[in-house]
Design a protein around this ligand. Structure first.
Ligand SMILES: Nc1ncnc2c1ncn2[C@@H]1O[C@H](COP(=O)(O)OP(=O)(O)O)[C@@H](O)[C@H]1O
Ligand SMILES: [Mg+2]
Length: 288
């Protein structure tokens, strides 16, 4: 029933099949419209996350699904921070209802909102997001085309992001015009200009701006007065990324370099020696 599934993965297939069968009798269209579905599961050591498409769904072709998975895989191979993919789970599944599904099994990437509501965390989120989207462009040759808070997971323990959802992605050399998400897409896309590294850069700025508006500490948070330089750098870079004219917009490379320079000189950030970069020495922040 579930070809190739590792024995240790417990995916709630029974619950899934029952729900499917029940709803099919009640309202078949529900399942025609709602694809993909998402499930969380667990192995012995790891939380896993499944994105499940129904093959034959009118909204998405099998080719589009395969493209999404292959972009994700390519990004990973090129060193971009994305969820780990369980190869064996990327298979078709037949159920008792004779519907066929495509299952993408991934490691659970974390939360899509910044849980630790601090300016230093926003700065590290911006740094990791800029670095990884730049790597996606330069190393993998991919434009994501839908960078937004929902498509970026924040991993608190390592202070880095994981980029999700390659459903709109394109190879740089083959770009067509793909609309992203209203409010988070570069203004030139509305005028018919094609997606580019610069349109992704704008979305990085819009994503961080969203996090600032929704996830920041209140003004009486004692941390903010100590980190006004962090705050003003974040604002300066976000403003640069949100320039409406693409030719004047800050590049992700410039943003990453500016952030890296700043982080390496601040006493409250300590270099961890980890590949992904820096961590704030939070104890030091607390003493200040
Ligand atoms: N590997 C993952 N780990 C944790 N959460 C995930 C993972 N992949 C996706 N999600 C969550 O599921 C949501 C939908 O997944 P996404 O791939 O963006 O689908 P859609 O194409 O419907 O936007 C994401 O916004 C995110 O909250
Ligand atoms: Mg999404």
């Amino acid at each position: 029933m579930f070809d190739g599934a590792g024995a240790s993965i417990s995916f709630p297939w029974t619950r899934y099949r029952n729900a499917l069968a029940a709803s099919e009798e009640e309202d078949y269209n529900f399942y025609q419209q709602r694809s993909p579905f998402f499930f969380q599961g667990e192995t012995r050591n790891q939380r896993v996350f499944f994105k499940v498409w129904r093959i034959g769904d009118l909204n998405i072709s099998e080719e589009e699904i395969k493209n999404e998975i292959s972009f994700l895989r390519r990004a990973r191979v090129k060193g971009v921070s994305v969820p780990h993919i369980f190869d064996k789970l990327t298979t078709k599944v037949s159920t008792a209802t004779n519907l066929v599904f495509h299952v993408l099994g991934m490691s659970h990437a974390g939360s899509t909102s910044i849980i630790e509501k601090k300016w230093t965390t926003v700065l590290l989120y911006l740094f990791s997001l800029s670095q990884n989207v730049e790597k996606l462009h330069k190393e993998a040759g991919i434009i994501h085309c839908d960078i937004k808070p929902d498509n970026v997971a924040w991993v608190e323990s390592t202070k880095n992001v994981k980029i999700l959802d390659f459903g709109h992605a394109q190879m740089i050399e083959k770009t067509a015009l793909v609309r992203g998400t209203k409010g988070l897409e570069a203004p030139e896309l509305l005028q018919g200009v094609k997606n580019s590294c610069a349109t992704d850069a704008y979305s990085v700025g819009a994503t961080v701006e969203w996090q600032i508006q929704h996830c920041l500490p209140s003004s009486n948070d004692p941390e903010t007065s100590d980190v006004s330089s962090v705050q003003s750098l974040v604002h300066e870079i976000v403003k640069g990324l949100l320039k409406s004219e693409p030719e004047f917009r800050m590049t992700l490379q410039a943003a990453s370099m500016r952030l890296e320079g700043f982080i390496s000189q601040q006493p409250f950030f300590a270099i961890t020696g980890r590949k992904q970069g820096f961590r704030p020495a939070l104890e030091q922040l607390a003493i200040k």
